[in-house]
Design a protein around this ligand. Structure first.
Ligand code: MN
Length: 199
């Protein structure tokens, strides 16, 4: 199966000035496209050829894993950003409070974890087996599905995600991108079977 570029639910300029059109031209149009193109080349004629992306992420290693996970992670990241401000619903909010103590504690823990991640990687909000939420960091192409955790939200902290707009100021990028998170999409992922097929 040939993997295709995911469609963005907004135009390349829609998240500016928080995320500029130039950043998305590179991040979506070049970085993500390279991962998708590399994946298609790597899986041709292999046992991964007919698997969907999540299955490859859960079963592959090495270069196939790296390119598949980067493709999956970026689609998941871009899909939960919105040019329209969203609020956390009472249902998701009460789960966050149960898991982290308060919404403010959750925000500080999520952004603090992303700020502290050394080098390239992703900060994730995940649902655990007991139904509570947790925050985990993954380096490079890491994806928590491979550890049996259900992804709810991810924040890309590779430098290519923010260097055009924020240079080395990762904390400023994180503070700004918090305002773009589409909490409706995050909440839908609580009941989205697609995330749970291979874990
Ligand atoms: Mn990226």
């Amino acid at each position: 199966m040939k993997h295709l570029m995911p469609k963005l639910p907004y135009s390349l300029g829609a998240l500016a000035p928080t995320i500029s059109e130039e950043t998305l031209e590179y991040h979506y149009g070049k970085h993500l496209k390279t991962y998708v193109d590399n994946l298609n080349k790597l899986i041709a004629g292999t046992l991964y050829e007919d698997m969907d992306l999540a299955e490859i992420v859960c079963k592959a290693s090495g270069a196939v894993f790296n390119n598949a996970a980067q493709a999956w992670n970026h689609e998941f990241y871009f899909a939960a950003l919105s040019p329209v401000a969203k609020t956390i619903s009472p249902k998701l909010g009460s789960l966050i409070v149960k898991s982290f103590g308060s919404l403010q504690d959750f925000k500080e823990k999520l952004l603090g974890s992303a700020t502290a991640l050394f080098g390239a990687g992703w900060t994730w909000l995940v649902a655990q087996d007991d139904g509570t939420l947790a925050i985990v960091n993954e380096t490079n192409a890491g994806n928590p599905m491979t550890r049996g955790l259900r992804p709810m939200l991810t924040i890309d902290v590779w430098e290519h995600a923010y260097y055009i707009d924020y240079r080395n100021r990762r904390a400023d990028y994180l503070k700004a991108i918090w305002e773009l998170i589409d909490w409706d999409v995050v909440e839908q992922r609580l009941s989205d079977d697609e995330c749970n097929v291979y874990i």
